[in-house]
Design a protein around this ligand. Sequence first.
Ligand code: AMP
Length: 145
Amino acid sequence: MKVMQETKSLTDFRVGDLMIPSEKVAHVQLNNPLEHALLVLIKSGYSAVPVLDTSFKLVGTIGKTTILNHVLGLERIEVEKLSDIEVHEIMKSDIPRLTKDDSFIDGLKEVINSPFVCVADDNGYFDGILTRRAILKQLKRNFYA
Ligand code: AMP
């Protein structure tokens, strides 16, 4: 007998079902020098990663372009700035955030403007990230099975 598998409707999905959990997310810390952040970004191949404080609360994101713009002087790349400046000085702290309980549509709206959005709990502790890729994959599954 053929067992039909029930397809979960998109409205049944929560952000927590689709996010990459924190333990699999590359991140940097507030007080890391830019040099460390740039290494993490280059080695991982990601364009931006979350920034956490020492208690693993989400405080922002930092990307390659922001770092490179900061060290680009008028005539040369000011490499010394990579060790002099810390992540918190130039990170983006005004970032959108989601919680694990937010709906699929909440997630979809957020990833229209950004390739990924951070997920944190009500106390600010980092839970993971929701990527545009995860949303698109789920949309494809539900429309074309
Ligand atoms: P992707 O959907 O894999 O193309 O990822 C889009 C963006 O999300 C990447 O450029 C990173 O900024 C971020 N990202 C995806 N996966 C991870 C991860 N495991 N750790 C940190 N950032 C990630």
